[in-house]
Design a protein around this ligand. Sequence first.
Ligand SMILES: NC(=O)c1ccc[n+]([C@@H]2O[C@H](COP(=O)([O-])OP(=O)(O)OC[C@H]3O[C@@H](n4cnc5c(N)ncnc54)[C@H](OP(=O)(O)O)[C@@H]3O)[C@@H](O)[C@H]2O)c1
Length: 316
Amino acid sequence: MDGTKVIAVVGATGAQGGGLVRAILDDPAGGFVARAITRNVDSPKARELADLGAEVVAADIDDEASLERAFAGAHGAFCVTFFWDHFSPEKEIQEARNMALAAKAVGLRHVVWSTLEDTRRWVPITDDRMPTLMDSYKVPHFDGKGAADQIFRDLGIPTTFLLTSFYWDNLIHFGMGPKVGADGRLAFTMPMGNARLPGIAAADIGRCAYGIFKNGDELVGKTIGVAGEHLTGEEMAAALSVALGREVRYNAIEPADYRGLGFPGADDLGNMFQFKRDFESEFCGARDPAVARTLNPRLMTFSSWLEANAGSIQVE
Ligand SMILES: NC(=O)c1ccc[n+]([C@@H]2O[C@H](COP(=O)([O-])OP(=O)(O)OC[C@H]3O[C@@H](n4cnc5c(N)ncnc54)[C@H](OP(=O)(O)O)[C@@H]3O)[C@@H](O)[C@H]2O)c1
C-alpha cells in the first residue's frame, strides 16, 4: 500500500461527480485516486475517464450489492442521486439508503452526500403558501434528499452533508437560458423577485467535494453549503447581457405563474424558487462562497463561468 486513498465517485460521468473525478486527476500528488462509478464502463464518457487515468467500475445505485463491490477497499465515496431521471423522491431515498448501506458494509471512512434542504422543515405540508406536491412534498427534488440525511446519521456513516446550489449550467442544459419574448427582446425568467439566488458551476460542486475529502475527519458530521456567488435576477441578466453582447432583461414572474408553465417539473421548480425567495437569508446563509473558495480555490464566478460557456447558451 502506498497510502493513496481511493475515492469512489457516483455519477462520475455526470456534472457533480465528473467535477470531483477531474479534481482528483488534476492533483496527482494529492494523495487520492479516483474510482469512477458508471452503469456502463464502455460508454464514451466512461472510456474518456479511463483514458485520463481514473479506475472505472460498474455499479447502479438501485443495486446495493453492486455498490458494495464498487465501494470495497475505498477510503471514501461521493454519493449523489438523479431526481430528474425519474422524478421520484421515494426512489431517491431508497437509492441514498442503498449507498449508505454499502458504505457501512465496507466500512468507508468518509462519505460526501450531495444533499439539499428538506423544505418541509420551513413549509410544513399543511402550510398553503405553496401547493403540496405528490401528496407529501413541497419541493420534491429537495425534500427527498434532505429526508435521506437521517439515513446516513442513523447508520453511523462518517458523512459530510454537502448542500449544493443552482447550476449555472441550467442555462445551457435545463432550458433556463434567456428566451426571445413576444416583444422580440431577450428575457431571463425566474420567479425570485429581488431575492438573491446562490449559483455555481456544476463541476465546482465536485471540486468542493474534493476539498472536503482533503480536509478529512475535520468535516465529518458537518453540513457544508457551497455556491460560487449569490446574485439577483437583475444581476444575472446584466452579466448575461455583457457575455452575449445583447440586452437581456430580467423577467420576474410569480412562482404560481412559473408552476403553470407546463413543462415536466415546473411545479416542483416553482415551489423551489419560491422557497429560495421567501427564505433568502437562511438559504444564502447556508452557502458561503468564501467557504466554497477555501475548499476549491478555482471556484468560478458567474462572469468567469459565462466567459467560458456563453457560446453554448442557445437564445433562439
Ligand atoms: N440542476 C441543478 O441546478 C441542480 C442543483 C443542485 C442539485 N441538483 C441535483 O443533482 C442531481 C444530479 O446530479 P448531476 O447533475 O451530477 O447528474 P448528471 O450530470 O445528470 O449525471 C448523472 C450521471 O450519473 C449516472 N447515473 C444515472 N443513474 C444512475 C444509476 N441508477 N446508478 C448509477 N449511476 C447512475 C449516469 O452515468 P452512467 O450513464 O455513466 O451510469 C450519469 O452520467 C439531481 O438529483 C439534482 O436534483 C441539481
